[in-house]
Design a protein around this ligand. Structure first.
Ligand code: SAH
Ligand code: SF4
Ligand code: F3S
Length: 466
């Protein structure tokens, strides 16, 4: 596995120091605005960009107009994510006209695709830095060159490497995201991720555990272990390390009270993993297991490597060991070649599994993936009709699942003030359900008992137990 060398890291540290020197001579601390699209992995990348920015003497702002540097960390998984980014880059043109020294950077999965990067470069000449996912650790050098009025374009393709030792600027406790592996080898036929994130590579267990210990010392209570397919963790070592063995070690770390992970691929959920999940108290009883589609025929076209029956068997095994498990999934509607009969199989899976929540998407064609050249069966209208029906069926199930919590006392890790109602606190159950309740902000970061008194489709409401 390729690891970024100590020399390269020290070179980047030199750039960090040079920029810090420039910034420390300024009267006012320069500010950065960083906006992130896509998955938790990308949000973790942004935490690293912010970590480097902070080391370089930047502060942060939520207001673009106050920023000296604007970074868009982009996602390429579906077209509408890309459209929003284009809209945002376009809108910076006028701000740039008024603020000569403002630097604009576009990074992440979208611009890791060469054609898109070239397009951004041509269409938006005022973008100063364009860099892909593999260039993340070179950000200090990229920024240094941009500050010296060079336009930087760093989107070289790569199988990917691992870079330890980048500072991470996280949200305040209690939740910390910790990547355990990068990249993906699965090449589901609809998906762009393997093309923009490189091959699967696992971080050394000692590095992961050191990071978990560090966040525990900083007061974080819950860690989310991240990877596109966490079940493959350790497959690239030759010492028998598995994801389950990593989980056991993470659970031993004092101060960490909850451990979650994302995402698991249904094709390789091992019995060992299920039994570690069931026996380790700190592992949250929540499993996100993307099914994508209920039709075995379509699953084959998607290259998912399991059938509907195998998937349902896995769910049954998981439920036998953990009856209380909260299950969630991802579903794609309208994959090329999907018929209305195939779609009925998806509805059937929904009814059989009875997920707590689903994340559903209409298929979006991604250039360069095998599915992009496959033929469509259904019209857009039919796809939307199926999509609406999927939501209708699921919303009913979600509400019924939530109703089962009425009157129960749940342990809630208080995360912060509710987004929709500032005098209300918000936290999560062990299974990951959002619970809103009245309480004092001093409870943030604590695990407390809350009695569930009301349920909605997407969340629960409750009252603190005295
Ligand atoms: N590695 C994870 C998910 C990565 S992307 C996994 O395998 O589950 C998150 C979700 O986006 C996927 O689960 C899938 O449902 C959806 N997705 C990916 N590519 C898509 C596409 N081209 N169109 C629509 N949805 C897509
Ligand atoms: Fe994409 Fe499939 Fe890899 Fe998930 S497992 S990132 S859906 S290719
Ligand atoms: Fe994540 Fe989107 Fe990239 S889902 S890996 S940010 S394409």
């Amino acid at each position: 596995m390729a690891v970024i060398s100590k020399e390269e890291i020290s070179l980047q540290k030199d750039f960090i120091n040079k920029i810090y020197d420039i910034n420390s001579r300024k009267d006012i601390k320069p500010l950065a605005f960083v906006e992130t699209y896509g998955c938790a992995q990308n949000f973790n990348d942004s935490e690293k960009i912010c970590g480097m920015l902070s080391d370089m003497g930047y502060g942060f702002t939520e207001d673009k107009l106050l920023a000296d540097i604007i970074i868009y960390n982009t996602c390429a998984v579906r077209e509408n994510a890309e459209k929003r980014v284009y809209g945002n880059i376009g809108a910076i043109k006028n701000i740039k006209k008024k603020k000569e020294n403002l630097l604009l950077g576009v990074c992440g999965c979208m611009v890791q695709q060469e054609a898109i990067a070239e397009n951004v470069k041509k269409r938006y000449p005022y973008v100063d830095m364009i860099f892909g996912t593999h260039a993340l650790y070179r950000f200090p050098e990229i920024l240094y060159n941009a500050l010296n009025e060079k336009r930087v374009f760093d989107v070289e393709n790569s199988d990917g490497a691992i870079c330890e030792d980048i500072s991470c600027h996280r949200d305040a406790p209690p939740l910390a995201k910790i990547p355990i592996m990068y990249g993906c080898n699965n090449f589901c036929t609809y998906c762009i991720v393997p093309y923009v994130r490189g091959r699967e590579r696992s971080r050394k267990m000692e590095n992961i555990l050191a990071e978990v210990r560090q966040v525990a010392d900083e007061g974080y209570k819950e860690v989310m272990l991240l990877g596109q397919n966490v079940n493959s963790y350790g497959n690239d070592f030759e010492d028998g390390t598995t994801f389950a063995s990593l989980l056991k070690e993470v659970c031993k770390i004092d101060g960490i009270e909850r451990v979650r992970f994302m995402t698991s691929h249904p094709k390789d959920i091992s019995d060992e993993l299920i039994s570690v999940m069931a026996s380790e108290e700190k592992i949250c009883k929540q499993l996100h297991l993307p099914v994508q589609c209920g039709s075995s025929r379509v699953l084959k076209l998607m290259n998912r490597k399991y059938t509907k029956e195998q998937y349902l068997e896995t769910i049954q095994k998981v439920r036998e060991k953990m009856p209380e498990i909260v299950l969630t999934t991802d579903i794609i509607v309208g994959f090329p070649g999907e018929t209305n009969e195939d779609f009925e199989e998806t509805i059937d899976v929904l009814k059989k599994v009875r997920y707590d929540t689903i994340f559903s998407f209409i298929y979006s064609k991604r250039g360069g993936t095998p599915a992009a050249t496959m033929e469509d069966c259904l019209t857009d209208e039919e796809k939307h009709k199926n999509f609406d029906r999927l939501l209708e069926v699921q919303n009913q199930i979600s509400k019924e699942k939530n109703d089962e919590y009425l009157g129960k006392i749940e342990k809630i890790l208080v995360e912060g003030e509710s987004k929709t109602n500032p005098d209300t606190l918000s936290g999560r159950t062990d299974g990951g359900k959002i619970v809103n309740f009245k309480g004092d902000a001093s409870l943030i970061g604590k695990i407390i008992d809350v009695k569930i008194t009301k349920t909605q489709t997407w969340s629960l409401s409750g009252e603190m137990e005295k």
